[in-house]
Ligand binder design. Structure first.
Ligand SMILES: *[C@@H]1O[C@H](CO)[C@@H](O)[C@H](O)[C@H]1NC(C)=O
Ligand SMILES: *[C@@H]1O[C@H](CO)[C@@H](O)[C@H](O)[C@H]1NC(C)=O
Ligand SMILES: *[C@@H]1O[C@H](CO)[C@@H](O)[C@H](O)[C@H]1NC(C)=O
Ligand SMILES: *[C@@H]1O[C@H](CO)[C@@H](O)[C@H](O)[C@H]1NC(C)=O
Length: 361
């Protein structure tokens, strides 16, 4: 009896939710990437140091709940789904024990994992994560389930209409420049960035071969300006070297997408220039409602970046006026503005088309 009432309440909630969100634009949204879009996969990784399932993360999330998002509230995966008129895609690892997986997969799945990179091993600093290769392996099992459920023709249509968001690369770059990394002995920065782009090429082709046609590729931000990087500079300046190689990586991704498009004419994509938007926040904060662009909101020490956002850390009273929530991640307020530009922005910020145009195709 009780269970029946609860499921009725859930159904009502879902109906109300549908009435208040935008109309659904695509069948599903699949998300790949790192902590910028992890919505709880790492909660299931016992050994990972990249976790956010404790306070003060989630202090502005409904119910003040730490969910595994590296944010005070929602992140870009939530806002993207919301704009597309869908509930946030559930974390893949939360579904592996569900009785009807295919059903739960229907609106999309999130494979993103804090610490993840394009290259296996970029998570070394964090001990454990799901690298992009593994995320695609998980996606291939979802693909198989959906083909069984919808039939080959139905599944092809479903996948080709769905949105594939990919937010990756920052951990590879941070990993290269991390003190103690042996990558610098093996590769010049240019060779390393080329290796990232070449590896990504194979990964995007695999996703394509598993039905994806609408890609949302998010470039690396000005990661040299995140509080952890500023904290390593006496005067709190951005790290020019990591910024430079983030730009180089983004350049590589842009050419890769152009090349893929001529190779695979039926793909369409949006490339988002996170780098420029983040620099705009920093250079013209008042335009966006920010007053603090250097220090993290949650943490301890210089720029709140000496100690991460852990339960003993302090957090700022107003999260809406900070760009950074912790030493690496944007606040909900910043993620909301990023997603606004991804969705409705124009060239050169989002290129060649924005996600609204991509979704409506
Ligand atoms: C699983 O979900 C699918 C799609 O909604 C449905 O067709 C199927 O009957 C469900 N299976 C079970 C065992 O509930
Ligand atoms: C701090 O940043 C400035 C500006 O980028 C740079 O010139 C300087 O060398 C940096 N100092 C250190 C210790 O990294
Ligand atoms: C998507 O790609 C197809 C094939 O190249 C192209 O004809 C179409 O114009 C593209 N759509 C948009 C909105 O750019
Ligand atoms: C918090 O910051 C936002 C954005 O700058 C501002 O609009 C709001 O008034 C601030 N709230 C308080 C209580 O200061």
């Amino acid at each position: 009896m009780a269970a029946k009432y609860i499921s009725l309440a859930v159904a009502c909630f879902l109906l109300l939710r549908c009435a208040y969100t935008d109309a659904q634009m695509v069948p599903a949204v699949f998300v790949f990437g790192d902590s910028l879009v992890d919505v709880g996969n790492n909660n299931h990784l016992k050994l990972s140091l990249a976790k956010a399932d404790f306070p003060h993360n989630g202090v502005d999330f409904p119910g003040k709940k730490p969910t595994g998002r590296f944010s005070n509230g929602k992140n870009a995966a939530d806002f993207l789904a919301e704009k597309l008129g869908l509930p946030t895609s559930p974390p893949y690892l939360s579904l592996t024990s569900a009785t009807n997986k295919s059903n739960a997969f229907l609106g999309g799945v999130n494979f993103a994992s804090g610490g993840a990179g394009i290259l296996d091993g970029s998570d070394n600093i964090f001990k454990q994560s799901i690298p992009l290769n593994k995320q695609i392996e998980y996606y291939s099992t979802v693909y198989g389930d959906m083909v069984q459920q919808l039939g080959a023709v139905g599944a092809q249509k479903y996948f080709s209409k769905s949105i594939y968001g990919i937010v990756i690369g920052s951990n590879d770059i941070l990993g290269y420049f991390h003190s103690g990394s042996d990558l610098r002995d093996k590769y010049t920065p240019q060779q390393y960035v080329d290796l990232m782009v070449l590896t990504l090429r194979g990964q995007l082709k695999r996703i394509y071969n598993l039905g994806a046609r609408k890609l949302v590729m998010v470039g690396a931000g000005a990661i040299g300006c995140c509080p952890s990087q500023r904290n390593q500079n006496k005067t709190g300046e951005c790290n020019q070297e990591t910024n430079y190689w983030s730009l180089k990586y983004n350049e590589g991704v842009r050419s890769l997408l152009l090349e893929l498009k001529s190779d695979l004419p039926d793909i369409n994509y949006s490339f988002f220039d996170t780098y420029t938007v983040l620099l705009n926040f920093i250079q013209k904060p008042s335009v966006y409602g920010f007053t603090e662009v250097k220090a993290a909101c949650c943490g301890l020490g210089n720029l709140n970046a000496k100690v991460a956002c852990v339960p003993i850390s302090h957090y700022c009273p107003n999260r809406s006026d900070h760009v950074f929530w912790d030493l690496y991640h944007p606040t909900e307020a910043a993620a909301r503005i990023f997603t606004y530009y991804i969705f409705d922005g124009s060239q050169p910020i989002v290129y060649p088309i924005n996600v609204r145009q991509l979704a409506l195709m």
